[in-house]
Design a protein around this ligand. Structure first.
Ligand SMILES: NC(=O)c1ccc[n+]([C@@H]2O[C@H](COP(=O)([O-])OP(=O)(O)OC[C@H]3O[C@@H](n4cnc5c(N)ncnc54)[C@H](OP(=O)(O)O)[C@@H]3O)[C@@H](O)[C@H]2O)c1
Length: 266
């Protein structure tokens, strides 16, 4: 069993109960980092048990990171460990399908609060401590969805456009401080995301997807190398390059074909 004295340091991962976040936590554990992880559901404790099999210490907290109170409780839990945070992977996020006017407005708010407000509150607190210490690595999970107006997923794509942009700006602000900032931009990845977002009857929901372990490794390595941003997989690289030169109105039309409810049947 590793301890504060023998481990490489402490890695914090949000949304580590499933999907990309769990795989990011696994990368850090395999690399010898102890972990502080959080997710909204009790399943985070099962994830912690599996991660302990890598011989590292794992603190797991059930916290709703869409609320300032949830973020405060998680930050307090991390502080109670009495150790500096070496790696912060701000990954927790959720999607939301259907047309905007047909979505539940409380769900809309929850997506914004999880993907943006909660993420920023956590990064503000831990980022300040990293800067004061002159050391640290931050990884955001953005998305290639942030490159296109997301017809029938408009709020989600907007939140990811925010994160993609914010991450690069923060990186520039923190240059020369010893703190690096990286943004992982995955394409469609095989996780619980699509079911939770109500997207299973869409072309996007039924499309072939990347393995979350593959995606997480790309993001983890990019963070450790101090890169600014990374799109996972060559197909997604092509898509994001094309998105950069396609008029936004055209991208919105294309997104309709992928994300319109019932589009899986067409
Ligand atoms: N899958 C994709 O195609 C894809 C593509 C690009 C980017 N992404 C991004 O990748 C990240 C991870 O998603 P995923 O695909 O791995 O989906 P996932 O399997 O659904 O994982 C999402 C994780 O975030 C946690 N989470 C959600 N809301 C939370 C909240 N309010 N408070 C605390 N934890 C919360 C979930 O925990 P609970 O289960 O406890 O709620 C879960 O651990 C997200 O930021 C997503 O936007 C995904």
């Amino acid at each position: 069993m590793n301890s504060a004295e023998t481990s490489k340091g402490l890695a914090v991962v949000t949304g580590a109960s499933t999907g990309i976040g769990y795989e990011l936590a696994k990368c850090a554990a395999q690399d010898g980092y102890d972990l502080a992880i959080a997710a909204d559901e009790p399943q985070v404790q099962e994830a912690a048990m599996k991660l302990r099999e890598f011989g590292v210490e794992v603190e797991a907290m059930q916290a709703d990171l869409s609320t300032q109170d949830g973020v405060r409780r998680f930050v307090a839990g991390i502080s109670a460990l009495g150790r500096p945070v070496d790696l912060l992977m701000a990954n927790a996020g959720r999607g939301l399908g259907k047309g905007f006017l047909d979505e539940d407005i409380h769900e809309v708010q929850r997506v914004i609060d999880t993907n943006i407000s909660g993420t920023l509150a956590l990064v503000h607190d831990i980022g300040n401590r990293m800067r004061a210490r002159g050391r640290g690595r931050i990884l955001f999970t953005g998305s290639i969805a942030g490159f296109m107006p997301g017809t029938f997923q408009a709020v989600y794509n907007g939140t990811k456009a925010f994160i993609n942009s914010f991450s690069l700006a923060l990186r520039e602000e923190l240059k020369d401080t010893g703190v690096t900032v990286t943004c992982l931009m995955p394409g469609a990845t095989d996780t619980e995301f699509f079911e939770r977002a109500g997207l299973t009857d869409t072309k996007l929901g039924q499309a072939k997807k990347d393995d979350p372990a593959f995606v997480a490794k790309i993001g983890y390595d990019a963070m450790m190398d101090g890169e600014g941003d990374v799109v996972s997989g060559w197909k997604n690289k092509l898509m994001s390059a094309a998105a950069n030169v396609t008029p936004a109105g055209m991208l919105a039309k294309q997104h309709r074909k992928m994300a319109e409810p019932g589009s899986a049947k067409n």
